[in-house]
Ligand binder design. Structure first.
Ligand code: NAD
Ligand code: WQD
Length: 339
């Protein structure tokens, strides 16, 4: 298939572009580089030997999005583009609603006008809200979220479900748990701008000397070691999940289907930190700090549906995730070069 990857220069998008090319698909990317650097594409091209056309514009621009579909042959879309920082979304809700919903409206409208009927969408475990039983199952209702960011995902899932039912689209809603890790080559990985919001990139920056120490947000949760448990998933496994979902769309009997992409087990903050120390080969500095507002104690995915229907499972371990992150961070301490 010829696949348009929106947000294809971003963390998960770039790894998925690589997996798509390795699976034999043709890829083109649209990204406005608001949270990524153009130099990532050279890494993708050198790993694959393929040329990836990149269209650098903001998807909320309806005219440019329409023109892209009018001039390129596109068989399917994987839609990663969006803003994703939970805390920032509380401070700038309108930016989040405008960007995340606006890009989806423009994209799906252009798809309808040009008869493109396959869509894979980046959703999040955040749509399960605060009260879903663990492990999280795709059929759980009602979906909700506790941040404007999370609410954009709930809303986008609803919009896409309605459009799929009305217009004959096939849509896979992929609910990611906690994506971490880097390409095994160490040439591609997560490159957050500013202070990392998420645990793994923060630990990696402590290990490389960019941050003084990790603050562990709370050790008094009702978990085995008192720190929060999450379902970490290696970004290469996640990328493979997108290829599996894309190739499954035509066989879907319903217009829209949600799939959890996670490993199915919980790992605590301290366990992840200790695994990273093993990858680095020495101890790292940390302190116990107060709880972060909004954090749930523990959750992970029910992975049965993705295994049965997509034939996909996460295979990489926590030690793989840490070793690959460290390979990337130690070889690229400041992330991707500017340029
Ligand atoms: P990312 O910020 O690295 O990638 C998103 C890309 O989209 C960036 O390259 C950015 O420049 C681009 N972009 C943003 N708005 C755009 C617009 N209007 N037009 C064109 N390009 C635009 O983020 P990521 O971690 O790769 O996440 C990808 C998707 O997965 C996002 O939708 C995110 O919400 C979702 N997701 C991420 C996580 C996670 O923890 N990383 C978890 C669950 C879901
Ligand atoms: C993991 C654990 C923190 C940083 C977020 C979004 C979610 C999804 C994935 C997009 C928590 C602890 C963290 C630090 C810490 N994204 N922590 N010190 O919060 O599970 O999920 O990213 O959809 O929607 O909410 O991930 O990596 O921020 O935190 O102790 O410096 O690490 O308290 O328990 P989270 P995270």
């Amino acid at each position: 298939m010829r696949v348009l990857v929106s947000g294809g220069a971003g963390y998960i998008g770039s790894h998925t572009v690589l997996s798509l090319i390795e699976a034999g698909h043709d890829v083109l990317v649209v990204d406005d580089f608001s949270n990524s650097k153009p130099t990532v594409m050279a890494r993708v091209e050198s790993l694959t030997g393929a040329h990836v056309p990149v269209h650098a514009f903001d998807l909320t621009d309806v005219d440019k999005t329409e023109r892209l579909f009018a001039t390129e042959q596109i068989d399917a879309v994987i839609h990663f583009a969006g803003l994703k920082a939970v805390g920032e979304s509380v401070a700038k809700p309108l930016e989040y609603y405008a960007n995340n919903l606006g890009s989806t409206f423009a994209l799906v409208n252009a798809m309808r006008h040009h008869d493109v009927r396959r869509l894979v969408f980046s959703s999040s475990a955040t749509v399960y809200g605060d009260n879903a039983p663990v492990p999280y199952h795709e059929d759980y209702q009602p979906l909700s979220a506790s941040s404007p960011y999370g609410r954009t995902k709930v809303m986008q899932e609803q919009v896409l479900s309605d459009v799929a039912a009305a217009d004959g689209l096939k849509v896979a809603l992929l609910r990611y748990f906690n994506p971490v890790g880097a390409h095994r080559s160490g040439t591609m990985g997560e490159d957050p701008q500013g202070i990392p919001n998420n645990l793994m990139p923060f630990i990696a920056q402590v290990a490389v000397g960019r941050r003084e120490k990790l603050a562990i947000f709370g050790d008094d949760y009702p978990t085995a070691d008192g720190t929060c448990e999450r379902d970490y998933i290696h970004v290469e496994d996640l990328a493979a999940g997108h290829v599996a979902a894309l190739e499954h769309l035509d066989a879907m009997t319903e217009p829209v289907r949600a799939f959890n992409l996670g490993g199915g087990t919980g790992t605590s903050v301290l366990e992840l930190f200790r695994a990273f120390e093993r990858a680095v080969g020495h101890e790292l500095p940390y302190e116990i700090a107060g709880r972060r507002a909004g954090d749930l104690p523990a959750y992970w995915a029910d992975t049965a549906r993705a295994a049965e229907e997509l034939g996909w499972r996460a295979t990489r371990t926590i030690d793989d995730m840490c070793a690959d992150t460290w390979r990337w961070q130690s070889a690229n301490p400041q992330g991707y070069p500017e340029g």
